[in-house]
Write a protein that binds this ligand. Structure first.
Ligand code: SAH
Length: 261
């Protein structure tokens, strides 16, 4: 069957390098023993072919591009019944998969952040993620507090996942080559079932803090109206990028305690 024409608006950059494809698939560790894997954006199936060779889990794919779907249906008859046609951002992972499901993919770079918000929404159903994305975003997500690139997604994801930067991938191995460098990262669900504070407040503080990342938290968090009793806390002299997950959790706890009284 004819190859799929890469479409720019769908972020299609097809991986040509078979060894890299194998390495990405081999990066799944089966962390906590899942039996299902969802591949996001299989395109022409360069990762899918290796996923299908693996034993111990079932592979499902979700692809938004009709042309790719036709290609997959004709080249991988064994996938029948496990090809979802549609937008991953509209998928309800708990309804679609009764059991925990790992996520893998060469993500469409334009929606990679949104895919991670989806992962967070279903974090108790997603034990592991292995993905390729823009190198910058990969660095951001996996970087520790204090680093310049540490941001909202770093703090939100690191609260629930252990994140490893695996390797860098250069543009030439794709058709067409993207303008940026790429990287592969792995996220493994940690043991935190729930935060020690309200998750809603945690998300709110993190987002608000980073919205004004150059300001001290005392200023950046003004719209949240923290209890006045805590405004002289030293931690509020810092900027969001200097706080670890547990610093943010402690800040939330403090605010909640004071609000209760
Ligand atoms: N896995 C293939 C293709 C990667 S390019 C490879 O490595 O060669 C990204 C793929 O994601 C494309 O096939 C694109 O059609 C698909 N895609 C883009 N937006 C999507 C969305 N919202 N939901 C599902 N798939 C999407």
């Amino acid at each position: 069957m004819d190859k799929v024409r890469p479409k720019k608006n769908l972020g299609q950059h097809f991986l040509k390098d078979q060894q890299i494809a194998r390495d990405i698939v081999d990066a799944l560790t089966r962390h906590s023993g899942y039996h299902q894997v969802l591949e996001v954006g299989p395109g022409m199936g360069v990762l899918t072919q290796y996923l299908l060779e693996k034993e111990g889990f079932t592979t499902t794919v979700i692809e938004i591009d009709k042309e790719s779907i036709h290609y997959l249906e004709s080249e991988f008859p064994i996938l029948k019944g496990n090809i979802l046609s549609g937008d991953v951002l509209k998928l309800n992972l708990e309804q679609q998969f009764k059991q925990p499901v790992a996520i893998i993919g060469n993500f469409p770079y334009n929606i990679s952040s949104q895919i991670f918000f989806k992962v967070l929404e279903f974090k108790n159903h997603v034990p592991e993620v292995v993905c390729m994305l823009q190198k910058e975003v990969a660095e951001r997500i996996s970087s520790p507090p204090g680093s310049k690139v540490y941001g909202i997604l770093s703090v939100l994801l690191q609260a629930f996942y252990d994140i490893e930067y695996l390797f860098t991938v250069s543009p030439e191995v794709f058709n067409p080559p993207p303008k940026v460098q790429s990287a592969v990262i792995r996220l493994k669900r940690n043991n935190t079932l729930a935060l020690d504070c309200s998750e809603k407040l945690y998300f709110q503080l993190v987002k608000q803090g980073f919205n004004n990342r150059r300001k001290t938290l005392r200023n950046a968090l003004k719209p949240i109206n923290l209890p006045i009793e805590m405004l002289d806390l030293e931690v509020l002299d810092k900027r969001a990028e200097q706080l670890s997950v547990s610093d943010f959790v402690n800040l939330c706890k403090k605010a909640e305690e004071l609000w209760k009284h």
